[in-house]
Design a protein around this ligand. Structure first.
Ligand SMILES: [Zn+2]
Length: 65
């Protein structure tokens, strides 16, 4: 993944959970930063987990083929 602004390849800083960010949903926040000193872009990628089967859906398990 390259920097939106200068197209330098971003450096992956780490992954955090939504819980680390105080968010209610479950997911992963990936941190990336641009190594270009003249740019210093910082990127956070929010990936929200789909929780169709996790939440309060214990009654209907026979919908799949
Ligand atoms: Zn950049």
């Amino acid at each position: 993944m390259n920097c939106w602004h200068c197209n330098t390849e971003l450096i992956w800083g780490g992954d955090f959970t939504f819980e680390d960010y105080g968010l209610e949903d479950d997911g992963i926040v990936s941190n990336l930063s641009c190594p270009n000193e003249e740019c210093e872009t910082y990127v956070e990628v929010y990936l929200k987990f789909k929780d169709e089967e996790d939440k309060e859906d214990k009654t209907n398990t026979s919908e799949k083929d």
